[in-house]
Ligand binder design. Sequence first.
Ligand SMILES: [Zn+2]
Length: 286
Amino acid sequence: MRKAIQILSVLVLVLLAACSTDANSNAEETAENKDKEVATEEDAKQTEGNEVEEDKDEKNEEAKEDEPVVEEEVVKKYKLNTAFWGFEPINDAPSEAVLLTIDDAPDKHALDMAKTLKELEAPAIFFVNGHFMDTEEEKAIVKEIHEMGFEIGNHTMSHADLKSLSEEKQREEIVKLSDMIEEVIGERPTFFRAPFGSNTDFSKALVKEEGMLLMNWTYGYDWNKEYQNKEGITDIMVNTPLLQDGANLLMHDREWTAAGLADIVKGLRDKGYSMIDPETIDIELN
Ligand SMILES: [Zn+2]
């Protein structure tokens, strides 16, 4: 009798899996999911923003259609306003929120910065450069940052000024890096930022065609000599008069910014700002 039930269970799994393209992974994940059912809401919160986990959960849902759906689709809460390259709330999302972005990753400090942000549960976009992804070690860092739940954005292959390039070269700078990112993290990037904020009509159209949201930034300081120290960068990022609802904060993979990052996040939170989860940005509205 027990044997019969086992066989029946396997049959059910196979039938369910037949709806999908990957029978093995679905069966495995259904089994895995049973172990996960004791997960508390707290656990769910902790994995929020972790796309790899969410992907798994989506597949789990497909495999157990008869059970109530636990995970919700990501609700879009913000849209880009190009007037200040910041974000406006959609519906009743809090307006006192800022987006954290780290450019020129992964040079030397991106992984540490990701760990700092993860500890503080502060979401962010890491805009990566192709020339920082040309070794297996660097690729592994990008993968790890993504698996920690952070968004990986496209900041071009070689950090060239797009305005100085032919259309063919611009395409290479942008599309080649999206290909590379996809190869490493399994998905194409959703966000694009041009080096120096220097965009062309061609690159703008191409970025859109590639399904990415183009953004510059509201403010950033860590390339100025006077802010190239922990205290200086922390103070200006939190106390600049440019801090406003929805601000898009530009930071870089730099020693002083990495050192000040925890205090920057805490300082912003003390002022009442939450951090925008990039996944909640509606890129269809632009
Ligand atoms: Zn840059």
